[in-house]
Design a binder for this molecule. Structure first.
Ligand SMILES: [Zn+2]
Ligand SMILES: [Zn+2]
Length: 158
């Protein structure tokens, strides 16, 4: 019998996995990205890390939320906040002054998902970018008021 165990590399999951393996079951462990194989010994048939599952990944939104400029997955102009509010670099610099209008946090360049299948399903072909456009133009005057005090603080102090 094939049994899938979420968290099977954790303490409880690891004990459960080993018990089931000892009983002759075919165990598939859903690991965490921190401990993809820790604590599991025996004949686990497959360890699926977070990168190879559908969850725990960036949406890679298709456009800038303010100006709607296309930001394809390989764009080096895409910027995201910690909630993945997505803007182009020029909007972040010129309109937002590195203050997210939704959360007040700062922005970083969005990582680029590899197109090459270096490791299992963890690539753009299997985990494609979102096609759902979020276009909510920012009111520049209102944002300037919102950001006036926030922008004085570096993101790590907000
Ligand atoms: Zn933009
Ligand atoms: Zn945000």
């Amino acid at each position: 019998m094939k049994i899938v165990i979420p968290g099977g590399t954790g303490q409880v999951g690891g004990i459960l996995s080993r018990t089931l393996i000892a009983r002759g079951h075919d165990v598939v462990v859903l690991g965490s990205r921190h401990h993809p194989t820790k604590a599991v010994t025996g004949t686990v048939s497959e360890v699926v890390t977070a990168h190879q599952r559908n969850d725990n990944m960036l949406e890679l939104r298709p456009t800038c939320e303010n100006c709607n400029k296309p930001l394809p997955p390989d764009s080096t102009e895409a910027r995201i906040c910690s909630f993945e509010c997505t803007f182009c670099a020029s909007c972040v610099d010129d309109v937002l002054t590195n203050v997210c209008p939704n959360c007040g946090g700062g922005f970083c360049p969005r990582p680029i998902r590899p197109t090459t299948a270096w490791n299992g399903a963890a690539h753009l072909g299997k985990r494609p970018a979102s096609t759902q456009i979020t276009h909510r133009p920012v009111n520049a005057a209102a944002h300037a008021l919102f950001a006036a005090s926030i922008r004085q603080l570096p993101p790590e102090q907000r």
